[in-house]
Each structure stands twice: as C-alpha cells, then as structure tokens.
Design a protein around this ligand. Structure first.
Ligand code: ADP
Length: 319
C-alpha cells in the first residue's frame, strides 16, 4: 500500500488529533503517502481531500477537537453514498482508509469493508462504548473534565449544604458516569445499565444527612434521563430540593490527557501497520495494555460491557 487516507467522523473526542498525527507520521515513516479527508464521510463524498505532510500535523498533539473536522453524514448510510466515497478514494489513488470515530463511524467503515474497500477503525469517543477495546480515545480526558467540574461543584455544595444532580454524557453507556462517580466520590450514580429505585436514592441521601454530611452529589448518565427530569422526580417522590448542573459539551473539549495521547499514538500507528500488512476490515483496540485488533464486522456484533465490579465498589464506598 503506497497511499492511505484518514478521517475523523461523528462526535469528536479529545485525542483525535494525536491519533491523526500518529497515522500521518507512522505512514510517512514507512514511505506511505497520507491524505486527510476533511469533514468525515461528508468530505469523503464531496472529495474534500488533501495530502498531509509531517508538518501538517505539527503542533496538534496537545489540542482537543480534530484538525480534520468531523460531520454527521446521513447520505453515507446509503450504498450510493458509500459508492461515491469509494470512487473519490480511487480517484485519488488512495488504497486504504483509517476511520477514527465512534460506533456510527465504525458502521461506515464496516460498510466500506463489505463493499471490498480496506478500512481500519480507531475508537475515538468520550463514551467508551466501542466493543473490541477496554478504553476509547477521549474517555480519560472527558473523565478528568467531569472530575474537575465535580470537585468545583462539591465546594459550593458543601458551603450551602446542598444536594447536586450532575448530568454527564455517555449516550447509552454509563462508563463516564460510573468512573466519574467513583473518582469524584458521588453518593449515587445512575447508569443506563441498571434500573434505579427512587426510595433507595432517597434513603442514601437521608442517611448521609443524618451522619452530618454537608453535601450530596448524584450523578445521572444522560442515557438514564436528563438531570432536570431526575431532580423533578426526586422532588415529587421525596420533597428533596436539589440543584442541577448539566455539564454538556465541555466534556468533549480540552487538551487530551497524557494517557489519551499515548493511547491515540499507539492505536493510530497500529491502524497504519495493519493497512501496510494488507489487513483491512479491522478494528484496533487495547486490552490489558496490549494492542489488539478484531474483524470490524465481528467487533460491531459484540457488546461493550460496563465493569460490574466497579458498580458494586461504588455502592460499597458511598454508604
Ligand atoms: P459516532 O461515530 O460518534 O457514533 P454517528 O453515530 O453520528 O457518530 O455516526 C457518524 C457517521 O457515520 C454518520 O453520520 C454516518 O455518516 C456514518 N454511519 C453511521 N451509521 C452508519 C451505517 N449504518 N452505515 C454507514 N455509515 C454509517
């Protein structure tokens, strides 16, 4: 393979830039030309494609977002849209593609693979919901952003002796909420993987107050319900007053943590190796600190699993 392409797609995540940098530099190291496709699958269909050099990815390792920009492209879900994309790649002489993104972007890469075009998926999302990897690029940075916000909210919660409901992102996955709740010492963590009992939530709040706690923090994953809806339900059921904080898109931004930069560098470089070895149709990941890769079709059939031991631990530590 002498020419490859790289794109970022779907929701952005901090660490996409170091992943792009790794793809570009690893390819050039092996004398392979790299083309950046700007604006995800939309840019692929329209041919927004430019050659990248070593310097094109200079000074981006520490930046959030993605220098290639990203987009959501409904047209790419159709076989016609996918064919247009393949035609653009062929017109530029690009023989393989690295797709950095979440599970929607992986489905796009799977579609290209099923049409005979070699693609490798690199997991980039703050949601940590991609099968075939224990952790995704951006999760650690988003987690640290949530913790930073949570610590600040805790200061004001303590001063005013208030209960706070904090809504965090994660789509249908509870990882961000669970890890943030555990690392931030939340009293209650509500995740979509588990039903919650309002009476139990209220009981925890009461017990905390009885033993003199000055504040309480409840983390609600967006996949459960909105923070405001939960606060309303809690008020109706128990008369508990709360303040709600919706962290929103700050969770997607910021300079990637060291851990995300290292992960992005390893996964991006591995994706290039696979393409050079002629192994398209793969999804790269990390398990037990070792690089792994799976057939992208099989990877998408698996389900990402939340660590249930951590759910248990978070309950034991927040009695
Ligand atoms: P993420 O990659 O963050 O999960 P989306 O779910 O929005 O984000 O997916 C990003 C893009 O991937 C979509 O806008 C679409 O272009 C493409 N995509 C999603 N699902 C499919 C599919 N089933 N087939 C082909 N392309 C898809």
């Amino acid at each position: 393979m002498k020419k490859i392409g790289v794109l970022t797609s779907g929701g952005d995540s901090p660490g996409m830039n170091p992943a792009i940098r790794a793809v570009v530099r690893k390819a050039i190291f092996h004398n392979v030309e790299v083309y950046g496709i700007y604006g995800g699958y939309t840019g692929l269909i329209s041919g927004n494609i430019k050659k990248l050099e070593l310097g094109s990815v200079g000074d981006i390792i520490h930046r959030g977002g993605t220098m290639l920009h990203t987009a959501r492209c409904p047209e790419f879900k159709t076989p016609e849209g996918q064919q247009k994309g393949i035609e653009q790649l062929k017109a530029h002489g690009i023989e393989g593609l690295v797709v950095i993104g979440g599970d929607g972007s992986y489905r796009g890469a799977r579609a290209l693979t099923q049409q005979g075009y070699p693609c490798v998926g690199v997991p980039g999302t703050i949601d940590n919901d991609i099968p075939g990897t224990e952790v995704t690029i951006g999760f650690d940075t988003a987690l640290n952003t949530v913790i930073d916000a949570l610590d600040k909210i805790r200061d004001t919660a303590t001063s005013h002796e208030r209960t706070f409901v904090i809504e965090v992102m994660g789509r249908d996955a509870g990882d961000l909420a669970l890890f943030a709740g555990l690392a931030g010492g939340a009293e209650t963590i509500l995740i979509p993987e588990e039903d919650f009992d309002m009476a139990e939530v209220a009981d925890r709040l009461r017990k905390g107050q009885e033993r003199g706690k000055k504040h309480s923090i409840i983390i609600v994953a967006e996949g459960v319900c909105s923070g405001n809806d939960f606060a309303k339900q809690l008020k109706e059921a128990t008369n508990f007053d709360t303040r709600v904080s919706v962290l929103g898109h700050i969770q997607r931004g910021g300079s990637p943590t060291a851990s995300d930069r290292v992960l992005a560098s390893r996964l991006g470089a591995r994706a290039v190796e696979l393409l050079i070895e002629g192994k398209g149709g793969r999804a790269v990941g990390i398990e037990k600190n070792t690089l792994v890769d799976y057939d992208i079709v099989e990877a998408l059939e698996r389900k990402h699993r939340l660590d249930l031991d951590l759910v248990k631990l978070s309950k034991e530590l927040s009695i």
